[in-house]
Write a protein that binds this ligand. Structure first.
Ligand code: TEU
Length: 542
């Protein structure tokens, strides 16, 4: 596989709304990101995945775009965006734009026109259908609860929305739509961006009349066309969000010879703590089974070979904070946050750090739905309440899996509103910011921040991490996730005890060097070694 800059890079995701406010409106902005570029350069990251900053009415916090070539007024101006790109470049940090092209906002000019009349030249930019027997066209459901069809009085038809009713799906069958998108992508490429994260890109080739939404028949045709018309051959990074991907599907998206994408986000590990089956989804809670986590992540580590590339993540703006979800955000907060950092960053693929993960930010439990902001959460609550679910059960699910958990403001210091804003924050600030914040992490050489910084440095120093073979240790206790990385005659052993109880690991060979650990360990010797609660380390054994 030809080496590319993103193969040994680490990407940092910023949710602009919650990163840093500079004008006191309680909402993060582009100037706030520029203000912290030195912090990110210190961390050592190579690129920023910037969640949408385009003009939007914020029905889905920017994932409902009304003008792809204008900046949301709360976030600043196009000049601010150009400054961010150039200031990032000055620090060797690329800006990866979030490309949301499965749907637009219902305030986008195309949709405003499309819904005016059936003869409108923009009508076929979206998916319109007649009622069937006076009802919705078929059983397609929105991810945000309810039917995926919204009736529009003006022309007496339904339009498709796989997300909110204010996010109408674009019709990618229409070549004019595709060309409009490619023109827009080239607008941003000409601005000097480093690539694109592609929102639910596996949905763009849908067959609504057959209720096919993911990985539709023309998905690879469209992506090869997009590649050729925009980023192809320009050394830009692209990552597709593909919730249903298997390793075989991932190769189709990310095999360099296919000229589609650089990599994809797969979510198989994300679904391990939920019930599966008819009508079940992330809100139906199930404890994590560590052996399943080992099996799933190891499968992804060995399945792609040289025919594809992995993204590595625990967190993003849609997921609960890992230290609360699968770690321990009380007694073993620091140990478990470092454990998940070590476990992930020693794997093969491009790691992603979500804002605040590098300091161990946690979930924020609510006690009433009035404290929730996210449309997905609120819609689920209302739908399930009407179906008879108990409020307590719904609040428990929201506290475990709600997207607001990831969207509480970045915790910069222990001042008012954690230094995020001088105004009223758009979403509650976690009160634990008094203890968990950037300032405190930077002042403590043994903090979670410096564990992430060291892991990023190690990736730059060792081709073993980037290219080495992966081998899961199978003769370990359930709770111990241990694997080897092997490259050019060198072997590293990574071990993590994902539990509050001690568990033993047999280390068969002599230990040459301790690379990193989250406990003070004078020495690790061969033989039986007892890992303490949430203990993780990396040793060189050959
Ligand atoms: O998410 C795709 C998506 O399906 C998620 O909403 C996911 O199913 C759900 O959040 C699981 O909790 C992308 C963006 O990441 C998300 O923020 C947007 O809301 C969504 O697409 C629509 O653009």
């Amino acid at each position: 596989m030809e080496k590319k800059w993103w193969h040994n890079s680490v990407v940092y995701q910023i949710y602009p709304r919650s990163f840093q406010d500079t004008d006191g409106d309680g909402i993060g902005d582009l100037k706030g990101i520029i203000q912290h570029l030195d912090y990110l350069e210190n961390l050592g990251i190579d690129a920023i995945w910037l969640s949408p900053v385009y003009q939007s009415p914020n029905d889905d916090n920017g994932y409902d775009i009304s003008d792809y070539e204008a900046i949301m007024k709360e976030f600043g101006s196009m000049e601010d965006m150009e400054c961010l790109i150039s200031e990032g470049k000055n620090r060797g940090i690329k800006i990866i734009m979030d490309l949301v092209v499965n749907h637009t906002s219902d305030e986008h000019a195309w949709f405003v026109e499309s819904r005016k009349n059936k003869e409108n030249k923009y009508r076929d930019y979206y998916v319109w259908r007649d009622a069937v027997n006076g009802e919705v066209p078929n059983g397609l459901r929105s991810t945000f609860s309810g039917t995926a069809w919204e009736f529009d009085e003006t022309t007496g038809q339904y339009f498709l929305h796989l997300f909110s009713k204010r996010q109408p799906d674009l019709n990618w069958e229409n070549q004019k739509v595709r060309q409009e998108i490619y023109d827009m992508m080239n607008f941003w490429i000409d601005k000097g961006v480093g690539g694109f994260r592609m929102d639910v890109i596996d949905l763009i080739s849908k067959v609504p009349d057959k209720e096919i939404t993911g990985n539709g028949p023309k998905i690879h045709e469209y992506l090869q066309e997009m590649n050729s018309a925009t980023f192809g051959g320009k050394d830009l990074m692209t990552v597709g969000e593909t919730w249903g991907a298997t390793p075989e599907i991932a190769k189709l998206y990310s095999n360099p010879e296919r000229k589609e994408l650089s990599m994809i986000f797969q979510f198989e590990h994300v679904g391990l703590d939920q019930e599966h089956g008819e009508g079940k989804d992330k809100w139906d809670l199930r404890p994590l089974n560590v052996p399943e986590l080992k099996q799933v992540l190891s499968k992804w580590q060995v399945s792609l070979g040289n025919d594809g590339w992995n993204s590595l993540f625990w967190n993003n703006h849609d997921l609960p904070r890992i230290v609360s979800r699968w770690g321990n955000d009380t007694i073993y907060h620091e140990k478990s946050a470092k454990l998940f950092a070590i476990l992930l960053h020693m794997m093969k693929g491009t790691p992603y750090i979500y804002q605040g993960e590098e300091i161990g930010m946690t979930n924020y439990p609510i006690s009433d739905i009035s404290e929730a902001e996210d449309i997905e959460t609120i819609n689920m609550y209302n739908e399930r309440l009407a179906l008879g679910f108990a409020k307590e059960t719904l609040i428990e699910s929201i506290n475990a899996k709600g997207r607001d958990n990831a969207r509480t403001p970045m915790q910069w210091d222990n001042s008012t509103n954690a230094g995020f804003t001088t105004g009223t924050p758009w979403l509650h600030v976690n009160p634990n910011a008094k203890e968990i914040n950037v300032k405190k992490n930077l002042e403590n050489p043994d903090s979670i921040f410096y564990t992430y910084k060291k892991l990023i440095t190690l990736r730059k120093q060792h081709d073993l991490i980037v290219w080495g073979e992966y081998e899961l240790l199978t003769d370990t206790p359930n709770e111990i996730f241990a694997y080897k990385r092997i490259f050019n005659g060198e072997t590293w052993l990574v071990a993590a005890n994902i539990s509050t109880e001690p568990h033993s690991l047999y280390i068969p060979t002599s230990v040459k060097e301790t690379i990193i650990s989250n406990y003070d360990i004078s020495e690790i010797s061969s033989g039986t070694f007892q890992l303490r609660p949430y203990e993780a380390f990396v040793i060189r054994i050959l």
